[in-house]
Every structure is written in structure tokens, then in C-alpha cells.
Design a protein around this ligand. Sequence first.
Ligand SMILES: NC(=O)C1=CN([C@@H]2O[C@H](COP(=O)(O)OP(=O)(O)OC[C@H]3O[C@@H](n4cnc5c(N)ncnc54)[C@H](O)[C@@H]3O)[C@@H](O)[C@H]2O)C=CC1
Ligand SMILES: O=C(O)CCC(=O)C(=O)O
Length: 469
Amino acid sequence: MSAQDINCLQNSFQKAINMSGSPGIVSTSPTQSFMNTLPRRLSTSKQSKALKPFSTGDIKILLLENVNTAAIQIFKEQGYQVDFYKSSLPEEDLIEKIKDVHAIGIRSKTKLTANVLQHARNLVVIGCFCIGTNQVDLDYAANMGVAVFNSPFSNSRSVAELVIAEIISLARQLGDRSIELHTGTWNKVSARCWEIRGKTLGIIGYGHIGSQLSVLAEAMGMHVIYYDIVTIMALGTAKQVSTLDELLNKSDFVSLHVPETSETKNMLSFPQFAAMKDGAYVINASRGTVVDIPALVQAMQAGKIAGAALDVYPNEPGKNGANTYNDDLNSWTSQLVSLPNVILTPHIGGSTEEAQSAIGIEVAHSLSKYINEGNSVGSVNFPEVSLRSLDFDQENTVRVLYIHRNVPGVLKTVNNILSSHNIEKQFSDSNGDIAYLIADISQVNQSDIKNIYDELNQTSAKISIRLLY
Ligand SMILES: NC(=O)C1=CN([C@@H]2O[C@H](COP(=O)(O)OP(=O)(O)OC[C@H]3O[C@@H](n4cnc5c(N)ncnc54)[C@H](O)[C@@H]3O)[C@@H](O)[C@H]2O)C=CC1
Ligand SMILES: O=C(O)CCC(=O)C(=O)O
């Protein structure tokens, strides 16, 4: 089939079903020239067919917060329209922008709340170009049929290395000495400056980052203990302790690596600082809600805590710039900045060239695979479903992506609709209230596809449908 034939088919098909270009409705194949630009995916020894939900250039992606250029390049190679911003957007601008896009890429600052998402009438997928997904209302997104992807470990090493730097910096009061010398003061002291060799590091949350940190800290001669809500195999000679209190009682340095949840809110507050060793140090590169900062300020003023390094805050500025970190943002800021031996960094734990480019590539690929093929493997809020690609020469085949409520009887209804055609392959899974079915149907013509769409669209459990071919 020539490129002209394919274009004709797209045009006539679009007219036949009176489509508006909305991703929820139906899809068209790409032009041949566009398909020639895509890497050929192989299924066994055959060439795979590149599925594409829209004509080239129809997919609109909004990228915020300076998502890495590697991602922009991948999206542009796919033929998507990319709208790129270095910072996050104020909520009203975000609501305006999100109305028309099919995908959005964010980092940790952009809050995709129900209030924002309800305006996203064309949204198919969200990419968090980071580890944390607490900034997205995951349930709301799932209930509107929007899959969310993140990068679960591409910046873990960068965070662990930052924390190592902070442990030594706090032990040697490096921040203060540097500030003093920058302002002309020579202050050569050894009082309350320590080696870290032989000291105990208590890690709260022994996941990807906590366990990396454990290995690095042991290599520098530290003893490592950790507390986690699940039992996790210790690396090296680290030891899991059974209570948070035990960790706090025994640690010289306490470093937090837990997600933001209702359980981790103010996980370190007045009682926990009281339980810590005199002169201990606190490091938080997880989320700003995990440490009660006014309680930390008091514990430091009382001399209980000898130093702290913070990378994250309950409220963070939406963009870089002078005079953005102040009491208007968090009421205790001026108290915190006036304390000695406090290292404050602007949420840069994952901000290395290596991490950002790896995240850019990983999340851009996840989004593209979901948009182009319906593959949800790795999604954080969706059932994980994938089907092997269609063969390159498979004509008259449609891939049905049917996201629905997880209620009894749905598969019977759907398979009744599909059963008069040839179901080549099918896969379905559920995750809580949401279920997702992918099926490849062969020997279908344009009117079959329209009928399949119309019939599925009338099913009561439907959340959203996409058809790819
Ligand atoms: N500062 C920065 O730039 C970055 C910050 N982060 C933050 O670090 C967090 C941790 O990242 P990962 O290690 O990759 O996550 P992870 O999911 O691999 O590990 C988190 C660990 O915390 C444990 N945990 C959860 N709730 C707990 C609780 N109440 N008490 C004790 N343990 C609990 C989990 O069981 C898990 O082992 C992320 O959720 C993110 O918020 C992640 C990357 C960069
Ligand atoms: O680099 C970022 O924007 C966010 C890093 C982070 O906190 C995360 O990956 O969860």
C-alpha cells in the first residue's frame, strides 16, 4: 500500500466515523514515510508493525519543569507535537494547557490534582520524570482512564551520593566554614568535627535509595542500621531494626528515604528528635512533609541535633530565581537559615546529568509505548498489560484498548462484541477498581472497526477506549 493510499484510508475513515481527533475515540495509521522513520520492532524473527493512534503530528505533549532534552528528542522522533517549559505552571495556566494535550510530562513540582485533571479531556497518559508520584492524584487519573508512569530508580544513585557528601559535610561543618571564608572569616576549628568512620548511619526506608546509600556508607567504614515497614534483605553487614525508636536511639546520622504518604507525614517530630542521640545529625532528601521542620528547629536550638541537611520542603518554589525561598513559602524559613550547620539544597537529589538523561529516555519510551501500542507495563496506577507487537505485514487488524471498571460480567460483554471477528490475541488484568483489556482483532474492515468502537462505547463499565491500527 502506498503512502497516498494510507492517507486516503485515514481521511475516508475519519470522515466515516466523524471523528474529532480525540484520542478517546479511535485511531488511524501513520503515513508510510513516518513509519519508515521509526525503529522496526521485532516480534520473534518477523518485523513488527508500528501502531500509531493518530496521524503524524496529532499527538500533543506538554512537558514541564525542564524535562531532559533526551525525552524531547524521542517524542519529536515519534512525530508528536511538543510544548516545552522550563518551569512548572501556575494552576490556572496548567488547567488551560492540559485541556488539549494527550500526554503531560512533569517532575516533582507540578500538582496534578483532581481539580486540574478534570479539565484534561484528551489526556491519555502522564509521565513523572522522577521517582516520586505523590504529586499526582493517581486514583483520580486511573478512574478517568489515564495511565501514570515514572522512573523508579534512574536517579537513586545520584541521591545516595548527595547524602554521602552531606554526611561528611555535616560531620566536618563544611557548610559553615565555607560560608565564613566566602565572607572573609578564617575560623580553623576541630571542636565537634568528626570522622565518619565507625559512626552509625540509620536509614529510614531501605528501598532503591536507602540500600544504595547503605553500600556506599559501609564502604567508608560506617555501621549501617535501617528501619522499614517491610522486611528487606540487608546488604553488606547492615542490620534491619524492628522499630523506629531503636534506630533513633542508636544512630549518629539519620537519613530518610521513604515516600510521601499519610504514614510518613511528620515521621520525625518532637518525640522522635527527643529519642535521638545527643549531637546526632538529620538528613532529609525524601519529601518535605516527612520532617516536622519547626520541631527540628527547636531540637537544633536546644543543641540536641548537631546539624541537618535538607533537600526537600513542604512548599517549594515553582521555578528558579532569587528571593523565592522565604517565609512566604514556609513560615519557618528565616529561623531555619539562621541556624549553624544546616545545609539547604533546592531539591537537587536527582539532579545530575546522568540521572536526568536516563530518566528522560526511560519515561519517554514508556509514554511512547503506551501511546503507540497500549503497553502499560511499569505504570504506577494501572493494571500492567502488554501484547506482542503486530507483525509488520499484518493488514486489516485492529488493536483494541479497553479500560473499564473492574465489575463482574465485563469480559463476557466485551467478548460477545469481539467474538464475531477473529481475536488473534488478548490480555486483560485488573488493579483495584480498574481493569484493562488489550486484544488484537484481525480480518476487520473499516466498518467493522467502527462497529466495534460503537458497541464497546455503549458498554456500561467502559472508562475509555482506544483503537490502534
Ligand atoms: N531529593 C530528590 O531529588 C529525590 C527524592 N526522592 C524521594 O525518595 C523517596 C524514596 O525513593 P526510593 O528509595 O526510590 O523509594 P523506594 O520505594 O524504592 O523505597 C522506599 C522504602 O520506604 C519504605 N517505607 C514506606 N513507608 C514507610 C514507613 N512508613 N516507614 C518505614 N519505611 C517505609 C518502603 O517499604 C520502601 O522500602 C521517593 O519516594 C521520593 O519521594 C526520590 C528521588 C529523588
Ligand atoms: O528531580 C526532580 O525534579 C524530582 C526528583 C525527585 O524528587 C524524585 O525523583 O522523586
